[in-house]
Design a protein around this ligand. Structure first.
Ligand code: AMP
Length: 490
């Protein structure tokens, strides 16, 4: 199967089965905008909920929710107004626009000559409140922007967040929500969107404590594939060794990179298709001191950034302090002071930020879960989702569409749902066709009600990956499904 064909097949399946649809499709769509259908929304929600748990339960971080529209001052201070730019070129013949770093010497559409690159700010601009024609032209009045990252909402609330945490550092805050970037010419499906979902954690830590993370020992043995910016080679190394050898600058960065890998692995992204690439000095975002991208090796697009892990230093807090004239520095208590430093010195906390692009993770999961095989002369397409992300966990199927089987199947369907397991009921078409449909949407288990069910109250559970079936008593079904159903299939 060629790479391009596979992507087409995955996206075709995603469209047909209700995962991802082009937005405004009946009006011809608009590039960079996609909607999630019923199964896509369920898949995405599950990823988001696992992510939320990973950081709240796992790290003890609190979640907040801030506005998606920001006033001008915020993005003036954050540097996004001046720096959040991509270089754009225009074809002099067909007038198509391209991101300069995505094209070579000539227009990829018509071969025409390209203009000199010029800066294009990626933020969507809007206005707050009613404006008259005269005010509309006036700079700054009601001027606002759709947020290009969720992070700023956490920075501008820092004084309140610090008080909430009883003035104690370090602490972490998370946020999941929409971000907006007016990408110049998005042509890569849900990889490059103009409206997308970010899941971001901002970890506030005193600068001299960045190299002593209290839980570093938990991750120091995690093996990662790194591509540091001083070499073209990739290295496989434990996080502990990478920090010790200063390939990764400090424990906080190393700790959070390892956690990123663990999260991606947990939801089913194969670690063999992940690497961490350090940004070159010239590539770093305007706010970053250091930055590593977790990249997924896509069969279709090559290496794609799915999570960015940045050390933002004190860039944001000091910038907002200056602009808002609110001092966001914190006193360094005597016992915490770096050696030789004055006591009562004030410093700005530094920020370590893992920033996950949820839509790209959805794509990576779809692509890496997709398998196609021949079974008894027929093509079987399967999404091998882990159960924790599968949109439908269990399908309940009467063997035949006969009243006595349908009634019993509906009863089992209700039973399963009443135990908190999301299930789908399907009675249409041959049983083989229904299994194939469930395979295609990644349902891990199918429960079939047949004539033996009516005799002895047992059903079969079919495992998606091995296609094996075992019989269980209906009375034991909920406990089996909630327990170690996997072990039943070896
Ligand atoms: P960044 O702040 O640029 O490092 O972006 C953080 C994460 O957001 C990246 O790792 C991507 O996964 C995701 N991302 C950035 N831009 C887009 C986009 N245009 N469409 C979809 N996801 C994006």
């Amino acid at each position: 199967m060629t790479a391009a064909r596979k992507e087409d097949e995955v996206m075709e399946l995603a469209r047909r089965r209700g995962f991802i649809w082009a937005a405004f499709e009946i009006y011809g769509g608009a590039s960079g905008f996609f909607d999630y259908g019923p199964l896509g929304a369920a898949l995405k929600r599950k990823i988001e909920n696992l992510w939320r748990e990973f950081y709240t339960l796992g790290e003890g971080f609190y979640e907040i929710e801030t506005t998606t529209i920001g006033i001008r001052d915020v993005f003036d201070a954050s540097g996004h107004l001046a720096c959040f730019m991509d270089k754009m070129v225009e074809c002099k013949r067909c007038r198509s626009l391209f991101r300069a770093d995505h094209v070579g010497g000539r227009c990829p559409d018509c071969g025409g000559e390209l203009s000199e690159p010029q800066d294009f700010n990626l933020m969507f601009k809007t206005r707050i409140g009613a404006v008259t024609g005269a005010e509309g032209g006036e700079r700054g009045r009601g001027e606002a922007y759709l947020r290009p990252e969720t992070a700023q909402g956490m920075f501008v609330n820092f004084p309140r967040l610090l008080r909430f945490h009883r003035n104690k550092l370090p602490f972490g805050i998370i946020q999941i929500g929409r971000a907006y970037r007016n990408e110049i010419s998005p042509r890569q499906g849900i990889i490059r969107l103009r409206e997308f979902t970010l899941a971001e954690a901002e970890v506030f830590v005193l600068p001299h404590e960045k190299n002593k993370h209290p839980r570093f020992h938990e991750v120091e043995g995690v093996v990662m594939r790194l591509k540091p910016n001083y070499t073209d080679e990739e290295i496989e190394i434990t996080v502990g060794e990478a920090v010790e050898r200063k390939i990764i600058a400090h424990e906080y960065l190393g700790y959070h990179m390892a956690r990123v890998q663990q999260f991606l692995e947990k939801i089913g992204i194969p670690v063999g298709r992940l690497r961490f690439r350090q940004h070159g000095r010239d590539e770093m975002a305007h706010y970053a001191e250091d930055c590593w991208d977790a990249e997924f090796l896509s069969e279709r697009f090559g290496w794609v950034e799915i999570v960015g892990i940045a050390d933002r230093g004190d860039y944001d807090l000091s910038a907002h302090s200056r602009k808002a004239k609110v001092d966001m520095s914190v006193p360094v208590a005597a016992e915490d002071a770096p050696e030789g430093a004055e006591t009562k010195e004030r410093v700005f906390p530094h920020v370590i930020e893992p920033s996950y692009g949820i839509d790209r993770i959805v794509y990576a999961l779809l692509e890496s879960s997709f398998h196609k095989e021949e079974v008894r002369g027929e093509v079987r397409r399967v999404l091998r989702f882990k159960r924790c992300v599968a949109p439908v966990e269990v399908a309940v199927l009467p063997l035949l569409n006969r009243k006595e089987l349908v009634d019993k199947a509906r009863e089992v369907f209700r039973l399963v749902r009443s135990h908190g397991i999301f299930a789908e009921y399907d009675a249409s078409g041959s049983i083989g066709r229904r299994y194939r449909r469930q395979d295609e949407i990644g349902t891990p288990y199918c429960i079939t009600i047949d004539y033996e069910t009516l005799e002895n109250d047992t059903v079969t559970i079919r495992d998606r990956d091995s296609m094996r079936q075992v019989r269980v008593r209906i009375a034991e079904l909920p406990a089996k499904l909630k327990g170690d159903v996997e072990s039943m299939f070896g």
